[in-house]
Design a protein around this ligand. Structure first.
Ligand code: SF4
Ligand code: SF4
Length: 462
C-alpha cells in the first residue's frame, strides 16, 4: 500500500499489490515496424478468438486473393477470418495454437508473385487521418464493420470486438479506456504502434467511444514509454473529450481489473461473472483501436498484426507486421535465427506467455510477441516445500490465496479450489514470480482451471 501511495504522490495512476519485474524492452523498443512476407507454407487456424470456431468458405486447392474472406462466423461471439496472403489453399488440417490447443486450420501456399498488395506497410502506417469525423458513423455501422473485418481484442484476450462495442441498454457505458500499458516484459509491439501511428489509434478510440456512447475516453500508458505518451498527447490535441493517463510501471497494469481501479478508482466484480461493463467501462487495446479505424473507415480486414520478436536468444530482435498463419520458425529465421544460447520460445512475454510446443505453430491474431529466451534469462522451477511466508498472497493483485489454490489443484480437489475462487485468477504469474520456494503456483492454477472446464463440460453433457 505504501508503494501505491508513493506512486500516486508522483502523479501516477496505480493499483495495490502487483510486482516490478525487469522491463527488458531494450531488445526491440527502438526497432521500427517492418513488413514480413513469408514464402513458406502457412497455416491459418479457424479459431483465433474466444467463441465459436469459423466455418471454411473456400475449398482445398483453390486460388485465393489477399483479404478475401476464407472462413465465416455464424455465431454472435465469433469473428470471420480473411486470407492473410494471396496463394493456394491445401487440405484442411489440425494445428496446435501457440497455447497448445489443437484446432482446425487451412494451409495456404503463398503465391510466387504479388502475394501481398503493393504499399501494404505504408497503408498500415498511414498517418493521414485528420479529415475523419468518427461521429459521422452510426453505432450500428461501426459494430457491423468491426464484425465483418474480423477484429478481435489484440491485447491477448482475442474476444470479438463487435460484441464489446454492441450497446447494452441494461449496462450503460460512461468511459472508454484505451489500454496502451503493454506491461508484459520484453514486448514492444503496442509501444511502436503508438509512436508510429497514433492518429489511427485515436480515430479507432473515438469510433469505439461513439459506438458505446461513452462520454469520456482515456488513454492509459505506463510511464516507461515517454515517447509514446508524447505521440498520443500530440495526436489527441484538437480532439476534445480525450485525455492521457500516465500509469506507474508495474505488472500487471495492463489487466482490466488493475487498470480500471488504477485510472478510475472503480473495482470490477470478481471474474468470471463480473465484467468491466458492470462498472460502466469498456477497455480496448491500442492495436485493437488501430484495427477498428482501418475496418470502419477503409473497410480493411484484420489480416496482419505487429509481432515483437525479442529476447536474448534471437539474433536480430525487431517488430514485424506479420500475416496471421506465418509459422514461428520462418519469422524467427528471418530475424537471424535463434542463437546458440537460446533455451526456450514463448508465445508472448515471460509472465503470461506459454512455452510453445514446437516452432511450426502459427502467428494468430492474438500474437503480440515471440520471446526467445536464453538460459541466463530463464528461471528454472526447482520446487521446494512451501515455507508459509505469504508473499504470494501479499502480491496477488486479485487478493486471492495462491498457495491454497495450488494445494487444492495438486490434490485434484476442484470443489475446494472453486471455494477459493479459482476462476477469478487472471493467471498473471505474480505469485509464482515472488514465491521463494519456486513453486509454479500460476501454472498449477491454470492447469486446475483447464481441468475444471473439462469436468464442467462433461457434467453438462451427461
Ligand atoms: S493467484 Fe492468479 S491472479 Fe493471483 S497472483 Fe497468482 S496468477 Fe495472479
Ligand atoms: S510464496 Fe511460496 S513459500 Fe510463500 S506462502 Fe506462497 S507458496 Fe508458500
Amino acid at each position: 500500500m505504501i508503494g501505491v501511495l508513493r506512486e500516486r504522490l508522483k502523479g501516477l495512476r496505480s493499483f495495490p499489490r502487483g510486482i516490478h519485474p525487469p522491463h527488458r524492452k531494450e531488445h526491440s523498443e527502438s526497432s521500427p515496424i517492418r513488413l514480413f512476407v513469408p514464402t513458406g507454407e502457412m497455416v491459418v487456424p479457424l479459431a483465433q478468438h474466444i467463441g465459436a470456431p469459423c466455418t471454411p468458405t473456400v475449398k482445398p486447392r483453390t486460388e485465393i486473393e489477399y483479404a478475401q474472406q476464407i472462413a465465416s462466423a455464424e455465431a454472435f461471439v465469433s469473428a470471420p477470418i480473411h486470407a492473410p496472403i494471396a496463394g493456394k489453399t491445401g487440405q484442411p488440417t489440425i494445428v496446435p495454437l501457440p497455447s497448445g490447443r489443437r484446432v482446425p486450420a487451412i494451409p495456404v501456399k503463398p503465391a510466387a508473385e504479388g502475394a501481398l498488395p503493393e504499399g501494404l506497410l505504408e497503408d498500415f502506417l498511414d498517418r493521414n487521418w485528420g479529415g475523419v469525423e468518427p461521429t459521422g458513423y452510426e453505432p450500428e455501422q461501426i459494430v457491423n464493420a468491426v464484425r465483418d473485418s474480423g477484429v478481435v481484442g489484440l491485447g491477448g484476450a482475442t474476444f470479438p470486438t463487435h460484441v464489446k462495442l454492441k450497446l447494452n441498454p441494461d449496462k450503460p457505458i460512461d468511459t472508454l479506456l484505451l489500454n496502451g500499458c503493454e506491461c508484459e516484459p520484453y514486448l514492444t509491439a503496442d509501444h511502436r504502434l503508438m509512436i508510429e501511428c497514433p492518429e489511427a489509434i485515436v480515430v479507432g478510440l473515438q469510433l469505439a467511444q461513439h459506438a458505446v456512447s461513452a462520454q469520456r475516453a482515456i488513454i492509459a500508458i505506463e510511464e516507461n514509454k515517454p515517447d509514446a505518451i508524447e505521440a498520443m498527447r500530440k495526436a489527441i490535441s484538437g480532439r476534445p473529450g480525450l485525455e492521457v493517463a500516465v500509469c506507474a510501471t508495474k505488472y500487471p497494469m495492463g489487466g482490466e481489473r488493475q487498470l480500471i481501479p488504477a485510472v478510475l478508482g472503480r473495482a470490477v466484480p470478481s471474474a468470471p461473472k463480473g465484467l468491466p461493463l458492470d462498472v460502466g467501462v469498456v477497455v480496448i487495446n491500442v492495436a485493437t483501436a488501430h484495427s477498428v479505424a482501418r475496418a470502419v473507415v477503409h473497410g480493411k480486414p484484420l489480416t496482419h498484426r505487429v509481432v515483437s520478436v525479442t529476447g536474448g536468444g534471437v539474433a536480430e530482435p525487431g517488430n514485424w507486421l506479420t500475416p496471421v498463419g506465418t509459422r514461428y520458425s520462418e519469422l524467427i529465421e528471418h530475424c537471424g535465427g535463434a542463437t546458440e544460447a537460446a533455451a526456450k520460445v514463448l508465445a508472448g512475454g515471460p509472465m503470461m506467455g506459454p512455452t510453445v510446443p514446437h516452432l511450426a505453430v502459427p502467428v494468430v491474431k492474438g500474437t503480440g510477441g515471440i520471446t526467445v529466451m536464453t538460459e541466463a534469462e530463464t528461471t528454472r522451477w526447482q520446487e521446494t516445500p512451501c515455507i508459509r511466508c505469504s508473499r504470494c498472497v501479499d502480491f496477488c493483485p486479485l487478493h486471492l490465496s495462491p498457495t491454497k489454490l495450488a494445494h487444492a489443484v495438486k490434490f485434484r480437489d476442484y470443489e475446494q479450489a472453486n471455494k477459493y475462487d479459482m476462476n477469478a485468477c487472471c493467471e498473471c504469474g505474480c505469485c509464482s514470480y515472488t514465491c521463494p520456494a519456486r513453486i509454479p503456483l500460476a501454472q498449477y492454477i491454470r492447469a486446475g482451471k483447464n481441468q475444471w472446464r473439462i469436468i464442467a463440460a462433461q457434467q453438462k453433457a451427461s
